[in-house]
Design a binder for this molecule. Structure first.
Ligand code: AN7
Length: 351
């Protein structure tokens, strides 16, 4: 049978209303890639996997939740959807809205959205507005407008987003035959960690599987869940998680605590180092926010707070490196120029 996307594959496990009408780009079914060289770099003696969510149709994990949110909206004949976004939600909402024949409006924080995300949202035909403020300002605005006008909100405060995103936890358990011992992932607006925990708990009850411990990772300049209070002016190179007032923050803290894990913060340097390690050691290029899970794991192992020996650990890489090419190209010098002659090539690569 052809693969039908996450709603079809896991229909029995998702709490969606009867009116739901599938809008899918055959998202999900992403690879769980063993990462031996990376595990060795972290000290070895454990099983490490990358759940590569950048391989979803619009290049991020958001597609899992978006197929659910748009399918529900399509079923009640919604004509316009809206979201606030640091970029990936915007691209995903725009793509699924296009597929459903709906109009999409996306609000992004001014000037801080990675090129590949903005380009995506425009390509898929969204009306893109830059809010002169942060993601948190944009989210406040979209919530307010949906209370006044018949526009459907597709941020992760929409419960169907969480239903769809649970499927990543199901896929990991189906691939491993159990849950991992640790799941490491970035935390921004905190929808994803909330969804993973709901998914793992569901499999725990249904199939008597173990539960993982969750390591949620924020960037130091945007770490409200670590500081214990909102951050008015979040700043980080990982623009996807440049969020100071996470909508599902309390649920994220609760999930981490229930799981026996925690939410920590790492520096931008650690995030960029992790991004380079993933690409150089495993051939997996992710956007900076997506490397936060690895940066967090490395931090916990190095500080002795997490002993990986004998454990099975999954790092969720939430978005593709192509989303944010500037991060790389801005940091490297322009490639060396060579004349189109063999001796020049030999000189460049052999000397
Ligand atoms: C690559 O697109 O919030 O904790 O508006 O793009 O569920 O918010 C993106 C978030 C991690 C954090 N990795 O997930 C948006 C947005 C990537 C992301 C997160 C985001 P949540």
């Amino acid at each position: 049978m052809p693969y039908g996307g996450v709603l079809e594959r896991y229909s029995a496990l998702l709490d969606l209303p009867a009116h739901t009408r599938p809008v899918t780009l055959l998202e999900g079914n992403t690879p769980l890639i063993p990462a031996r060289r990376l595990a060795n770099a972290l000290g070895g003696d454990f099983e490490l996997y990358i759940k590569y969510e950048g391989l979803n149709p619009t290049g991020s994990f958001k597609d899992r939740g978006m197929t659910a949110a748009l399918s529900e909206a399509a079923g009640r004949r919604v004509q316009t959807v809206i979201c606030a976004s640091t970029g990936n939600t915007a691209a995903s909402a725009a793509a699924y809205a296009a597929r459903a024949g709906m109009k999409s409006i996306v609000l992004i924080p001014q000037g801080k959205v990675a090129a590949g995300k903005l380009a995506g949202a425009i390509a898929y035909g969204a009306q893109v507005l830059q809010v002169e403020g942060s993601f948190d300002d944009a989210l406040r605005l979209v919530v307010a407008i949906c209370e006044k006008h018949p526009i459907a909100l597709v941020n992760s405060i929409n419960p169907y987003r969480i239903e769809g995103q649970k499927t990543a936890a199901f896929e990991i358990c189906d691939a491993l035959g159990r849950a991992p011992d640790w799941l490491c992932l970035p935390v921004g607006n905190a929808g994803n960690i909330t969804a993973y925990w709901a998914g793992f708990k569901q499999y725990h009850h249904r199939h008597a599987l173990n539960l993982p411990r969750l390591l949620g990772v924020q960037a130091q300049g945007a770490a409200p869940l670590v500081l214990g209070h909102p951050v008015e002016h979040p700043e980080t190179v990982a623009t996807a998680i440049r969020i100071g007032r996470p909508a599902r923050g309390q649920q994220a803290l609760q999930a981490a605590k229930e799981s026996g894990g925690r939410i920590i913060a790492v520096s931008d340097d650690a995030i960029l180092h992790a991004q380079r390690q993933l690409a150089a050691l495993e051939g997996i290029w992710v956007e900076p926010a997506s490397a936060a899970g690895l940066a967090g794991l490395a931090h916990e192992i190095a500080s002795g707070r997490l002993d990986p020996r004998g454990q099975s650990i999954v790092i969720v890489c939430t978005g593709h490196g192509l989303k944010d090419p500037d991060i790389i190209t801005n940091l490297i010098p322009e490639p060396l120029r060579v004349p189109p002659e063999l001796h020049a090539l030999e000189k460049a690569i052999l000397s």
